[in-house]
Design a protein around this ligand. Structure first.
Ligand SMILES: O=C(O)CCC(=O)C(=O)O
Length: 334
């Protein structure tokens, strides 16, 4: 490498570090953390503590507060059964070996777990239904009206899958990145359910670095309360949408039942967020960097950056859908 190239790279690294530092400070401040990053609000202890029912008053404000303070929000049975059925068909068809892009290497304890990049277009109705209901929350939470789809995959946890260790997915603390799971089957706690430690998405919780996996959360010096050792088991009905920070300590539990846990998983990022290391991973190659949800208006729309064609047949189900797939003004983020 030439000398001036090395200098450019050093400057680039420094800028990236500064960006990450600024993002961490902002994430902490939004979450009500003190100067050392310790979160001031009490960690949620039950699934009900993390759940938001959209028919309740101030539901989206409560969702925003959970996102910032706990790093996790659960919307129980948010998608209608017909929408879940359609999405489940898309997911199951796409995991057929001849169609799917295997991404199993991304998963911890991969035996009996399947993660496959999935075409975004086939999920447009469900994604638009979510954006329609949650647009103001998503815009505030991810601090932008353009939300890049970084990952989009079918995820199955079959009988015999082992419990994972608690971990976080990446090393950048940035509240503008959101992992989402849409449950496509009723999921019991023993069916490989998602499990999370609330309020571990930043600050003091950074004692556990990216890649570090722990058997006991005492290793992180985070605990004191028995419930927190176990975390919150997200055993939920089909159609439930779980949104969590990839920085929150979480894991998949073992599946001791004879039923597969099936979900759609995706990662959204506010357009000015810091792309986490290692992402994009679980998405179809041709969809990388192409799709975003536009939540500028009260309802959201799924958009494609590079074409100006109209989404054939109006696949969305919400009332305002005539969804246009528009040309993105800016380049893909990769
Ligand atoms: O099973 C889950 O819901 C979480 C999976 C996970 O965190 C991982 O594979 O890294």
């Amino acid at each position: 490498m030439l000398e001036h190239e090395a200098e450019d790279q050093d400057e680039g690294d420094e800028t990236a570090n500064q960006d990450a530092y600024v993002a961490m400070k902002r994430s902490n401040a939004l979450a009500g953390a003190d100067a050392s990053g310790r979160v001031m609000s009490a960690p949620a202890r039950t699934l009900a503590d993390l759940s938001v029912h959209l028919d309740q008053p101030l539901a989206l404000q409560r969702a925003l507060s959970l996102w910032r303070q706990q790093g996790v929000v659960v919307f129980p049975a948010m998608l209608a059964p017909e929408a879940v059925h359609k999405l489940a068909c898309h997911v199951r068809a796409a995991v057929a070996p001849e169609h799917a892009v295997p991404r199993v290497a991304n998963i911890r304890n991969p035996d009996f777990r399947t993660l496959r990049g999935l075409h975004v277009r086939g999920s447009s109705a469900a994604l638009e239904a979510i954006a329609y209901k949650l647009a103001p929350f998503l815009r505030e939470a991810l601090e932008d009206h353009e939300l890049d789809v970084l990952e989009h995959a079918a995820y199955g946890v079959g009988t015999g899958a082992e419990e994972q260790n608690f971990h976080r997915d990446d090393s950048i603390v940035d509240s503008r990145v959101m992992s989402i799971q849409i449950s496509l089957v009723d999921t019991s706690g023993e069916q490989g359910a998602f499990q999370v430690l609330a309020a571990t998405h930043h600050g003091a919780a950074r004692a556990g670095e990216e890649g570090q996996e722990v058997d006991s959360l005492d290793e992180l010096g985070l605990l004191g309360v028995e419930e927190r050792v176990q975390g919150i088991v997200v055993a939920v009905p089909a159609g439930t949408v779980v949104m969590y920070s990839p920085n929150a300590m979480h894991r998949g539990r073992g599946n001791d039942t004879d039923k597969e846990r099936v979900s759609l998983t995706l990662t959204l990022m506010g357009a000015n967020g810091l792309v986490p290391e290692g992402i994009p991973l679980a998405i179809c190659l041709e969809d990388e960097g192409k799709w975003y949800l536009d939540v500028a208006r009260a309802q959201g729309h799924l958009m494609h950056r590079l074409t100006s064609s109209t989404l054939a047949g109006g696949q969305s189900e919400h009332p305002t859908s005539g969804s246009t797939i528009q040309m993105g003004a800016r380049s893909p983020w990769i």
